[in-house]
Design a protein around this ligand. Structure first.
Ligand code: HXC
Length: 514
C-alpha cells in the first residue's frame, strides 16, 4: 500500500515537472509562468483539482514513441473563482510547445463537456504552437472536436480565453470561437501563420509583434479584447471579468454587495455637457460616475474607441454598458464600432445581463471608406443585436440622437423598456444646421444675406426639434431626467424590469447580417 502511494506521489511530481526543469526555467526567463502556476494564480487558493494527470499521447511516428510526458502538455480540471465553480485548461509550452495532440484534445473536450452539463464557465489558457505536427490529421481532428464544443457551448456557458504565449494555427481558432480573449503584452502572439510563412508566401517582412502581438490585436484587428502587462495582471483581471458573469444562461448574474448608495446623486453630471453642442466630453467619466463605486470594466478599450462597452454593477447587479464616445469621431457609428457593440449586446443577451445604453450619436460616419467597406451591412449588425435582445434595456440619451443612429441605439422602437433623456437631448433626423440647409435651401439661396438667413433658420429648427420634448410627447421617451439623478433612475428602472420575460417567435436561428 505505502509503496503504491509513494509511487503515486513520484508520478505526480514527475507530471508536475512537465517538459523538465530547463524548459520551466526558460519559460520563467521569458517572463512567463508555467501552466500550473497560472492555474494557481487564477483559482481561489487550493481550489484547483487536476484531472487526467497521467494521460499520454499515442503517437508512434517520428520517434514520438520514445518521448512521453505525463499529462501530454495540457493541465485540465476544475476549481473556484470567488467561490464559484469553473472548468479550465492550461497548455504547457514546456511539453512539445504546448501543441495539441489527439489525447490532449480529448482532455480538453472532457472538461468542456462537464462544464456544459453542469452549467459552469470554461477558461482556456493558451500557450501553444497549434496542431502537433508529428500527429498530422489526428491532431487536426482533435482541434475540430474542440471547435465543435466551443460552438455548441456558445451562449450556454461563458468561455474566456487567455493567450499567454506564441499561439499559432488551431491555437488561435478555438479562442476566436469563445466570448472574450485576453492577451499579455510582449510575450503573447496570435496568428494563423507566423512571420516566416508570411515572408515565404507574400514576401512581406513583419515581426511577430506587428503580426499578432497584444497591441496589434487590441487596437488594430479587434481580435482580442484586453491587453495586460504580464501573466499575473492578466489572471487577476480574468478573475475580475469572471466576477461580473453568470455561470451559464440558466443562472442569474451574480449579485455583489458594493456598498454604494443606489440613491447617490452626482451634481457634477449637471455640468458635464458643454454648452456648445460641437464640443466633446468624456462619456467614460459619465459612465464611471453612474455605476457602483466607479468600477467599470471596459472591454476592447483600445479598439473602435468611438463606442464604449463593458461591465459594471448597479446596486450590486451586473449590467452591460454601451455608450457612444463623443471624444472620438464625435461619437459617430462606423463599421468597427457597430461590430464591436453588436457582439457585446449579443453576449449580454445570451447571459441575461441587462443593457444600459448611453446615447450621444450624431449619426453614422459618412464617407466612401465606410460605404465601400459595407457600413450598411455592418451597421445593421448593431441594429439587429438590439432588436433581438430580450434582456431589460434602459437607454439614456445624454445629448444627440440623430437619424438612423437614434433608432439603432436601443430606441423605444426596438423594444427599449425605459428610454430616458437628459434635458440637453436633441432627438432629430439630423443636426439643426444640416436640416435647415436642406429644408430652407431656397429661402437661404434667395436671401440677401444667406449666412444670416442660415443662422436664423438653424436657430428656428433647433428651437423646435433640438430638444427631448417632441419625442417625449409621442411617448418615445418615457421621461426627461436630471443628470445628477441618473444613477437612481436607472437602478429604479432595472428594479422595475426584474422578471422580464419576452419570447421570440420560434426559429431555428436568426440570420444576422455577417
Ligand atoms: C510539435 C512543436 C510545435 C508543434 C512547437 N513545437 N510547435 N512541436 N508541434 N506545432 C516544439 C518545438 O519543436 C520545440 O521543441 C518546442 O516546441 C518549443 O518551440 P520553439 O520553436 O523552440 O519555441 P519558440 O521559438 O518560442 O517558437 C514558438 C512557435 C514555433 C512560434 C510556436 O514553435 C512555431 O512556429 N511552431 C509551429 C507553429 C505551427 O505552424 N503550428 C501548426 C499550425 S497548423 P524542442 O524539442 O526543439 O524544444 C494548425 C492546424 C489547425 O494548428 C488549424 C485549425 C483551423
Amino acid at each position: 500500500m505505502w509503496e503504491i502511494i509513494k509511487q503515486l506521489e513520484e508520478l505526480r511530481d514527475q507530471a508536475r515537472l512537465g517538459g523538465g526543469r530547463d524548459r520551466i526555467d526558460a519559460q520563467h526567463k521569458r517572463g512567463k509562468l508555467t501552466a500550473r502556476e497560472r492555474l494557481d494564480a487564477l483559482m481561489d487558493p487550493g481550489s484547483f483539482e487536476e484531472m487526467d494527470m497521467f494521460v499520454e499521447h499515442n503517437c508512434t511516428d517520428f520517434g514520438m514513441d520514445k518521448s512521453h510526458v505525463a499529462g501530454d502538455g495540457v493541465v485540465t480540471g476544475f476549481g473556484n473563482i470567488y467561490g464559484r465553480r469553473v472548468f479550465a485548461f492550461s497548455q504547457d509550452f514546456t511539453v512539445f510547445g504546448g501543441s495539441l495532440s489527439e489525447t490532449n484534445a480529448r482532455k480538453i473536450c472532457k472538461i468542456m463537456d462537464m462544464a456544459v452539463n453542469v452549467g459552469a464557465p470554461v477558461i482556456g489558457i493558451n500557450d501553444s504552437g497549434g496542431a502537433r505536427i508529428q500527429e498530422g490529421v489526428a491532431s487536426l481532428a482533435g482541434y475540430a472536436e474542440v471547435f465543435q464544443r466551443n460552438v455548441l457551448a456558445s451562449g450556454i456557458i461563458p468561455q474566456i480565453s487567455a493567450i499567454m504565449g506564441p499561439c499559432a494555427g488551431g491555437a488561435v481558432y478555438s479562442p476566436a470561437l469563445t466570448d472574450f480573449i485576453m492577451m499579455v503584452k510582449d510575450t503573447s502572439y496570435m496568428f494563423l501563420t507566423g512571420p516566416d510563412v508570411v515572408k515565404t508566401v507574400t514576401h512581406e517582412e513583419v515581426t511577430a509583434e506587428q503580426l499578432g502581438g497584444a497591441i496589434t490585436h487590441t487596437t488594430r484587428s479587434g481580435v482580442a479584447d484586453f491587453a495586460f502587462d504580464n501573466d499575473l495582471v492578466l489572471l487577476k483581471q480574468l478573475r475580475r471579468l469572471f466576477s461580473f458573469l453568470p455561470s451559464s444562461n440558466r443562472a442569474p448574474p451574480p449579485i455583489v454587495l458594493t456598498g454604494d448608495d443606489p440613491k447617490r446623486q452626482d451634481p457634477s453630471l449637471d455640468y458635464l455637457i458643454p454648452n456648445d453642442p460641437a464640443r466633446p466630453y468624456d462619456m467614460k467619466e459619465l459612465v464611471e460616475k453612474v455605476v457602483d463605486n466607479h468600477d467599470f470594466m471596459e472591454v476592447q478599450a483600445g479598439y473602435a474607441k468611438n463606442i464604449i462597452i463593458g461591465f459594471a454593477r448597479l446596486d450590486g447587479h451586473t449590467v452591460g454598458i454601451v455608450a457612444n464616445q463623443p471624444m472620438v469621431l464625435a461619437g459617430c457609428l462606423d463599421i468597427a464600432s457597430s461590430i464591436k457593440a453588436a457582439r457585446f449586446v449579443r453576449f449580454c443577451d445570451c447571459f441575461n445581463i441587462p443593457l444600459v445604453t448611453f446615447v450621444d450619436v450624431p449619426g453614422f460616419l459618412p464617407g466612401t471608406q465606410q460605404e465601400l467597406g459595407g457600413i450598411i451591412k455592418h451597421g445593421a449588425k448593431l441594429l439587429f443585436a438590439y432588436a433581438e435582445a430580450t434582456v431589460p434595456k434602459i437607454t439614456v440619451i445624454t445629448r444627440k440622437a440623430y437619424g438612423g443612429a437614434y433608432d439603432v441605439m436601443s430606441s423605444k422602437h426596438l423594444r427599449g423598456d425605459l428610454n430616458y433623456a437628459w434635458p440637453h437631448a436633441e432627438i432629430a433626423v439630423m443636426g439643426p444646421k444640416g436640416a435647415a440647409e436642406i429644408i430652407f435651401r431656397n429661402d437661404i439661396r434667395e436671401s440677401a444675406d444667406p449666412k444670416a438667413k442660415l443662422q436664423e433658420v438653424t436657430a428656428a429648427y433647433a428651437k423646435n426639434f433640438a430638444n427631448p420634448f417632441i419625442a417625449a410627447r409621442k411617448g418615445f421617451i418615457d421621461d426627461v431626467i436630471m443628470p445628477h439623478d441618473t444613477r437612481w433612475r436607472v437602478i429604479r428602472g432595472l428594479q422595475s424590469m426584474t422578471g422580464k420575460k419576452l419570447a421570440l417567435p420560434w426559429k431555428k436561428h436568426d440570420n444576422l447580417p455577417l
